[in-house]
Design a protein around this ligand. Structure first.
Ligand code: CDP
Ligand code: CDP
Length: 223
C-alpha cells in the first residue's frame, strides 16, 4: 500500500487497545506506539524520586529532562527510560495506581503530546491511548474508540495476570479500572472521550481477531 496512514485507537483501560493495535501494526508493517507506556514511564521515574504526583510543575520539569524511547523488540515493545529498560517495571500496581494522577497535569500532557506527534509525523503508525483521536492526532486518517463492559475488562486483565503467574484479585481489578477510567474521563486537560468521527467498537463479545478485522475494515485496508 502506498499511503502511510495514521491510525488512532482510544478507549478505557483493558478494552484491548494495545493487543489489537500491535496486530494491526504488524499486518500493515506500521510502527506501533503505546502512549500509555510513556505516561507509565514518567510515573515510574517520579515515584523513584519521591516527587509528589500532585505537583504538576515539578513533574513537568522532570519530564523535560527525561528521554523515553519505545523500541520494537522481538517479543513486543521495549520501553527505555533514560536508556534503561523499564518494560516490566512500569506495569507494577504502584505505577498503575498513580499514573492517572500524573497524566492529569497540563505540564505533562503538553510535552507528551508534542513527543507523540513527532513520533507519528511520517505516518505508517498505529497509536493507542486516551486522547489520540481528540488531541494528539486530530487529523488521523482512521479513529477508533474501543470499549467493553468494566466486568469483562477486569476479567481480561485477571486472566492475563494469572497467565503471567502474577497474583490477581478480580474485585480489586474492577475497582482499580473503574477508578482510573473515572479520573481519565473527568480530567480537564484532554479527557478520555470519543473523538469526532471515531468509529466505536464494543469488544465485549468479540474475539481479538474480530476486533483486528473490524479495525482493518474501518481503515479500508487489507492486512
Ligand atoms: O492499563 P492500560 O493498558 O489500560 O493503560 P495504559 O494505556 O498503559 O495507560 C495508563 C494511563 O496513562 C491511563 O490510565 C491514563 O491515565 C494515561 N494515559 C493518558 O492519559 N493518555 C494517553 N494517551 C495514554 C495513557
Ligand atoms: O491496551 P488495553 O489496556 O486497552 O488492553 P490490553 O492490554 O490489550 O488487554 C486486553 C486483554 O484482553 C488482553 O489480555 C487480550 O488478550 C484480551 N482480549 C482483548 O484484548 N480483546 C478481546 N476482544 C478479547 C480479549
Amino acid at each position: 500500500m502506498d499511503r502511510q496512514l495514521q491510525i488512532a485507537i482510544d478507549g478505557p483501560a483493558a478494552a484491548g487497545k494495545s493487543t489489537a493495535a500491535k496486530i494491526v501494526a504488524a499486518r500493515l508493517s506500521y510502527i506501533y506506539i503505546d502512549t500509555g507506556a510513556m505516561y507509565r514511564a514518567i510515573t515510574y521515574k517520579a515515584l523513584e524520586q519521591n516527587i509528589d504526583v500532585e505537583d504538576g510543575k515539578k513533574l513537568g520539569e522532570l519530564l523535560h529532562g527525561t528521554t523515553i524511547t519505545l523500541e520494537q523488540a522481538e517479543n513486543g515493545q521495549m520501553v527505555l527510560l533514560d536508556g534503561l529498560d523499564v518494560t516490566e517495571a512500569i506495569r507494577t500496581d504502584v505505577v498503575t495506581n498513580n499514573v492517572s494522577a500524573v497524566a492529569r497535569h497540563s505540564e505533562i500532557r503538553r510535552d507528551m503530546t508534542a513527543r507523540q506527534q513527532q513520533l507519528a509525523a511520517k505516518g505508517g503508525v498505529v497509536m493507542d491511548g486516551r486522547d489520540i483521536g481528540t488531541s494528539v492526532l486530530p487529523k488521523a486518517d482512521v479513529k477508533i474508540f474501543l470499549l467493553a463492559g468494566v466486568e469483562e475488562r477486569a476479567k481480561r486483565r485477571h486472566a492475563e495476570n494469572l497467565k503471567k503467574g502474577f497474583s490477581s484479585d478480580l474485585e480489586n481489578l474492577k475497582r482499580e479500572i473503574a477508578a482510573r477510567d473515572k479520573m481519565d474521563m473527568e480530567r480537564v486537560e484532554s479527557p478520555l472521550q470519543k473523538a469526532e468521527g471515531a468509529i466505536e467498537i464494543d469488544t465485549t463479545f468479540m474475539t481479538v481477531d474480530q476486533v483486528v478485522d473490524a479495525i482493518l475494515s474501518a481503515a479500508g485496508v487489507e492486512g
